[in-house]
Ligand binder design. Structure first.
Ligand code: NAP
Ligand code: ZN
Length: 364
């Protein structure tokens, strides 16, 4: 059995860390079990969730915390109970590191691990039960995750492209698929950011008739059209957008990360019996109020979605991306520059996903 690697990474020590104040240093990973895989990290995408967690936006973060849940690297130590991965494989980890995985769990036994109500261990910032330690993410040299949540990366995908699909991609692929995105459907994507740009790419790959990008400013219009949008709405700048486009979409996936959103206007874009799915997760979880008649008047449904299944949907999505040669718009940056990258992400500069590249293990 291989020895345990030395775990070092970018530690957020308090809420100030989101301002570019993470510190590189050693930490103690969760206790090793034969269900786990240790991964030497080569790439890690920078997700909006990393920022919420660094600043304790959702709830108090158990600092020190290493964020990052779009991890790709090489399996360097594989527990005896893990059969689908072997040492040396190129593998990935998304936003979930463990669930109860019991046969009597309705969610885990149906490939809905991200909805497990008994045990939801996130890839970072979670405390394992029974004194097993905490989960630490991918702005680091190594990651330790339960093998059930470690996926093989198809050869056709570059690591830097696959990494952000593991959270940003799956979080929109899952609700698109689940809610019938395909031929004959018109789909709106609110927030053309990291998740949103994946939603445009996957909605097109799934065969939607029309895809409409919806963001605040007009300066993303050219990008959105180049990404594959048939139309683009800039809600801060296109006068009367809500009236002009009302009742034109079957499905809307909303990635907006703030409570400041014109939700009534978005819901008005739905056709009768259309579906609105919220995936963006504002600090404190708050959303604008919804008037009952907005729902009743057009019979629309409002729902949400949490990442996707590592045992079924992530492999399916990666295969679709490989088959359709989906090319995300990513910006590789050296993992040494993680602090600057977090600040740039916070400032809305990503076009459309930063991916940290760890080319220099342990020598930062
Ligand atoms: P991102 O790249 O920053 O994209 C978010 C987009 O929302 C921005 O590009 C921005 O587009 C738009 N937006 C609209 N109103 C906004 C406002 N008032 N403030 C800030 N942005 C606003 O972030 P991301 O990585 O795609 O993540 C998006 C959200 O999804 C985050 O809250 C993240 O935590 C959440 N998330 C949820 C899950 C899940 O399982 N449900 C999984 C992963 C991430 P414009 O500036 O063009 O308007
Ligand atoms: Zn994420």
């Amino acid at each position: 059995m291989a020895a345990a690697p030395k775990f070092e990474g970018w530690l957020g020590k308090d809420a100030e860390s989101v301002k570019g104040k993470m510190e590189w240093g050693p930490y103690e990973p969760k206790k090793w079990t034969e269900d786990d895989v240790d991964i030497e990290i080569s790439h890690c995408g920078v997700c909006g969730s990393d920022l919420h967690t660094l600043r304790s936006g959702w709830s108090p973060t158990p600092y020190p915390c290493v964020v990052g849940h779009e991890i790709v690297g090489k399996a360097v130590r594989v527990g005896k109970n893990v059969s689908h991965i072997k040492v040396g494989d190129r593998v990935g980890v998304g936003a979930q590191a463990r669930s109860c995985l019991q046969p009597d769990c309705a969610e885990c036994s149906a490939h809905k691990e991200s909805y497990c109500a008994r045990e939801m261990i996130a890839t970072y910032g979670s405390v394992y039960p029974n004194g097993e330690g905490k989960s630490y993410g991918g702005y680091a040299d190594y990651n330790r995750t339960n093998g059930h949540f470690v996926v093989a990366i198809p050869e056709a995908l570059a690591s830097e492209d696959a990494a952000p699909m593991l959270c940003g991609g799956i979080t929109v692929y899952s609700p698109l698929k689940m809610n019938g995105c395909g031929p004959g459907k018109t789909v709106g994507v609110v927030g053309v950011g990291g998740l949103g740009h994946f939603a445009v790419l996957f909605a097109k790959a799934l065969g939607a008739d029309r895809v409409v990008g919806i963001s605040r400013k007009a300066d993303k219009r050219a990008d959105a059209l180049q990404l594959g949008c048939d139309e683009y709405i800039a809600t801060d700048e296109d006068q009367g957008w809500d009236k002009k486009h009302q009742r034109s979409l079957d499905l809307v996936v909303c990635t907006v990360s703030s409570a400041k959103m014109p939700l009534t206007g978005y819901l008005g874009l739905l056709r009768t019996h259309g579906t609105f799915i919220q995936v963006g997760a504002p600090d404190s979880g708050e959303m604008p109020p919804i008037n009952a008649f907005t729902l009743i008047g057009s019979g629309v449904k409002v729902g949400g979605s949490a990442i996707g299944s590592a045992s079924s949907e992530i492999p399916e999505m990666l295969q679709l991306a490989a088959d359709k040669k989906i090319k995300p718009w990513i910006q590789p940056v050296d993992m040494k520059d993680a602090n600057k990258t977090v600040v740039d992400m916070e400032d809305g500069k990503a076009r459309y996903r930063y991916v940290l590249v760890n080319s220099n293990y342990g020598k930062h």
